[in-house]
Design a protein around this ligand. Structure first.
Ligand code: Q0N
Length: 285
């Protein structure tokens, strides 16, 4: 068998081709804030994200098929089924935040969804909505409306992907809420397998693809602190950093505090001790 071929390197992970049918995803410990990758890694962050993703894939596989085939003993790599990816990302929003809040303030709509008047920042939406996005030239996400997503994916494909994304969001949001974490929104990538089946890919419901808010202290009318990244964001800004490359190097106490918050998110959501995951990653499956 030949060595894996590097297909792509993202801000925080690498994708390799193992053969025609399988990929290897490897999550690094890099952390990005305000779209800038910081020079200091957070130990085990890649393992937290890989473990959480595998946890959700294992628990939602009866709801939506997913690409996960195997989880590596290193805790940061997964073997996945190679799919034909849909050209849009599916963002599911249960709360009004980020670009959704910006778009709502500008015209009362998000990606074509008409919303009630008078909603406040971070407010829960009457129903979760799907707001598709495409990758713009420089890699920035560009929100599109569902008509445009239908043109890009095909009507039937888009409808299937939309229902899949909503179903996994509802499952994960309810699970998280029972454990004191609000899943404000989350981004899914889906693909189609060799049999034409719409399949969940990428990572699923991790801190990098989602907004996790502590339920404790939640109050609409202002931005909510991020469960995992607020600590590192606040520290970076108080140094006077202007949010442009390069970001500041993190001191040991900020690294340790950030790691502790990622591990806490893992343990609250999975109810599995992170040390057990490190000893045997397959405990999440
Ligand atoms: C893949 N990315 C991330 C879509 C691509 N299971 C898979 N099969 C084939 N390709 C991919 C996966 C996965 N996971 C995923 N790249 C390749 C990049 N996205 C960006 C948005 O469009």
């Amino acid at each position: 068998m030949s060595d894996p071929v590097l297909l792509g390197s993202g801000k925080v992970r690498e994708i390799y081709a193992l053969d025609d049918d399988r990929l290897l995803l490897v999550a690094s410990d890099r952390i990005s804030t305000f779209d800038v990758v910081l020079p200091t890694p957070i130990p085990d962050k890649g393992r937290v994200l890989t473990g959480l993703s595998a946890f959700w894939f294992a628990r939602t596989r009866e709801i939506v098929p997913n690409h996960l085939l195997d989880l590596g003993d290193d805790g940061r790599s997964t073997v996945c089924r190679r799919l034909e990816m849909l050209p849009v990302e599916m963002v599911v929003r249960g709360y009004l935040s980020g670009s959704g809040w910006v778009d709502y303030q500008a015209g009362g709509k998000i990606c074509g969804h008409e919303l009630p008047a008078g909603l406040r920042e971070s407010e829960r939406l009457p129903e979760p909505i799907v707001t598709p996005a495409t990758k713009a030239a420089e890699g920035h996400d560009l929100n599109i409306d569902e008509d445009e997503a239908v043109r890009l994916c095909g009507r039937e494909r888009y409808a299937e992907a939309r229902e899949a994304a909503l179903a996994v969001y509802r499952f994960a949001a309810q699970h998280a809420e029972q454990r004191g974490i609000i899943l404000a929104d989350t981004k899914f990538e889906l693909g189609v397998d060799a049999d034409g089946c719409v399949t969940l890919a990428d990572e699923a419901v991790t801190p990098d693809s989602s907004r996790f808010w502590p339920a404790d202290g939640y109050a609409p009318g202002r931005p909510q602190p991020s469960f995992d990244k607020q600590f590192v964001r606040d520290w970076c800004l108080q140094t006077g950093w202007d949010r442009t490359y390069p970001g500041p190097e993190l001191p040991d106490d900020v690294v340790a505090g950030t790691r502790a918050r990622y591990v806490e998110a893992f343990e609250r959501l999975t109810e599995i001790e992170f040390d057990r995951y490190l000893a045997d990653p397959k405990v999440v499956l």
